[in-house]
Write a protein that binds this ligand. Structure first.
Ligand code: AGP
Length: 602
């Protein structure tokens, strides 16, 4: 999704803005632009496509001394990806970058057009800059004009505005889209995510909805409802090196290899020999909870589905799972004894965030499972459990999914121990299985090489079915999503037992079937479902610890005593398969077409 950066200081603002935007590339974008104001002179550059195109355009720009700059990577929502639609948007003497959606832009645009304003773009954002200049013409005060402007906007926004009439300031506002202000001594930085500020700012302020203000060299003024508010600065933690590729071909590949480590981090301090501990939760928080509803999107939805099996099986709590974008408009009936869980890697997904707000309005207890601290979803929920996956740059989520699942597994056991729905012996077995997961997810060179080789046989055909039962059904959905996201090949996840209710009609030798056949869970049932498909001559890639004679290709997994051990090992196999197919078809694995890392619009 779109990214924002900003800077005021004596360093080379061109390099800082481009560097910040490159750190936000992982969010997905289709055009980019910057505007730099030095002593009343403005330079703006925009380019469609990758950031290198923008870099080429700015290469001759010299920036010396104190300068003020804003930059943006755009993922098209209103209007196609063109230079005119790229940010910054300009008025007569002011420039703006914006993330989010201005819902009342049509009304505002009509009124501005009737005042004689000419619009250059098809975007909702452009109204902001013209509205600001109209307000400035009346009020003759930059801050007042900015305040008035944001009070006229409906929707979600994070905004940076610079203007020639006060050329040493950046005006900013946040409502519903993330924005962070950072500083290091007198230098001031802006970013729509931490990633843009790592290695630059030492302290940051995570802006809250409704906050706005301005920064000048060495100064940050923050307001909320006309009142100045104190700056709540926090140290910026995180290291830049882990945000780099460290020798892997793609971030996604690096992130698959990191899973063993981040899974260790996710369980650290949360499992002792005989119990599960979540210090971040109040012990009576789950009292009076009789139902659980989980809302999420995409991969996070798949981890929610896996959790629904575990929560019912271990904690004995009826659990339903909903896709957040469906939940929002179904006029759901919510009862106060329901715990509402939202799962999100980014913590900024608009549909999930809105579902959370709905649950809060209905008075439900809310819990976020999230990877980004201080994100909107974390701030909005009563309690949060961080998944500790570290920055995930590949648009196709891997390690974030892995850590979500292990956290949810621990949560179901935590609830089981609270409600006495699990015996001591069973809990100890589960804990032993959890501790084994980091080892089960280490990528073996032999496995990776085998997948690299066999991937060449799966580049054609008329589609893939990933099939599994029980918790392996959500894993099949996730395997199919991974493959389609980065290879652009058609893939579907299906419950193995459901194939004969329709999809088996597609079966022929050009239908690739990836079958998840664990030994510890419903082995015979899945096996006979797969045999039915083989009888229709599908091309079969079987993933199982048990040899499967009918398979065209066979990936032998280790023997495990617990189904979750098999789950995590098979997860790695499906991720590597998607990765290698995508590389063979020549796609940009980390930034697949049409996708964004963080979907902050509905
Ligand atoms: C994952 O590979 C996807 N890119 C996507 O489905 C993602 O999981 C979804 O948009 C939800 O994102 P979130 O976890 O940040 O809320």
């Amino acid at each position: 999704m779109c990214g924002i950066v900003g800077y005021i200081g004596n360093k080379n603002s061109k390099d800082i803005l481009i560097g910040g935007l490159s750190e936000l590339e992982y969010r997905g974008y289709d055009s980019a632009g910057i505007a730099i104001l030095t002593n009343g002179k403005i330079d703006t550059f925009k380019a469609i496509g990758k950031l290198v195109n923008l870099e080429e355009k700015v290469k001759d720009l010299e920036v010396d001394g104190l300068s003020v700059g804003i930059g943006h990577t755009r993922w098209a929502t209103h209007g196609s990806p063109t230079e005119l639609n790229a940010h910054p948007h300009l008025g007569e003497f002011s420039y703006v970058v914006h993330n989010g959606i201005i819902e009342n832009y049509k009304e505002l645009k009509e009124s501005l057009i009737s005042d004689g304003v000419k619009f250059l773009s098809q975007t909702d954002t452009e109204v902001i800059v013209h509205l600001y200049e109209k307000n400035f013409a009346k009020l003759d005060d930059e801050l007042k004009a900015f305040e008035k402007t944001i009070s006229q906007l409906d929707g979600a926004y994070a905004i940076l505005l610079i203007t020639k009439s006060d050329d040493k300031k950046i005006f900013f506002a946040k409502h519903g889209s993330p924005m962070i202000v950072g500083n290091s001594e007198d230098e001031i930085y802006f970013g729509s995510s931490d990633a843009a500020l790592l290695g630059k700012a030492s302290e940051v302020i995570y802006l809250e909805d409704g906050e706005y203000g301005y920064t000048s060299f060495g100064e940050i003024k923050l307001f909320n409802k006309d009142e100045e508010v104190a700056l709540n600065k926090k140290p910026l933690v995180g290291d830049k090196i882990s945000a780099q590729k460290s020798g892997f071909r793609f971030f996604m590949e690096k992130e698959i290899y990191e899973q063993s480590d981040v899974l260790s981090d996710a369980i650290l301090g949360r499992v002792s020999d005989d119990k599960i501990i979540f210090d971040e939760l109040e012990s009576d928080f789950f009292d009076s909870v009789n139902h659980i509803k989980i809302c999420a999107c995409g991969t996070s939805y798949h981890s929610a589905l896996s959790a629904s099996y575990l929560l019912e099986r271990d904690a004995k709590i009826p659990t339903t799972v909903e896709i957040a974008s469906e939940f929002r408009y179904k006029e759901p009936l919510l009862s106060l004894d329901t715990l509402f869980i939202v799962i999100s890697q980014s913590g900024e997904t608009a549909d999930t965030l809105e579902a959370l707000k709905m649950a809060k309005r209905a008075g439900l207890k809310t819990l976020a499972i999230c990877n980004v601290d201080n994100s909107s979803i974390v701030r909005g929920a009563d309690f949060s459990i961080m998944t500790r996956a570290g920055i995930e740059k590949g648009v196709a989520s891997t390690k974030a999914f892995a850590t979500q699942v292990i956290v949810l597994w621990m949560l179901s056991l935590y609830l089981a121990q609270k409600r006495d729905s699990i015996t001591k012996d069973k809990l100890q077995d589960e804990i032993k299985a959890i501790k084994h997961i980091p080892a089960a997810t280490i990528v073996k060179d032999e496995l990776h090489q085998q997948l690299k080789r066999l991937s060449k046989r799966y580049l054609h055909g008329h589609g893939f079915f990933f099939i599994g039962r029980d918790i392996f059904f959500p894993l099949a959905l996730e395997g199919a999503l991974k493959l389609k996201e980065i290879s652009y090949l058609h893939a579907e996840g299906y419950p193995a037992g459901e194939m004969k209710h329709g999809p088996i009609a597609l079966a022929d030798s050009e239908l690739f079937t990836v079958a998840l056949i664990p030994k510890t869970l419903l082995y015979d049932k899945v096996k006979s479902n797969v045999e039915e498909l083989c009888a229709r001559d599908v091309t079969l890639l079987a993933i199982s610890p048990e040899p499967f004679d009918l398979a065209d290709d066979f990936i032998k997994t280790d023997s495990h005593t617990h189904p979750m051990g098999e789950f995590f090992e098979m997860m790695v196999v499906t991720q590597l398969l998607a990765l290698e197919i995508s590389i063979r078809v020549g796609n940009d694995v980390d930034m697949p077409r049409n996708l964004a890392k963080s979907v902050t619009v509905e």
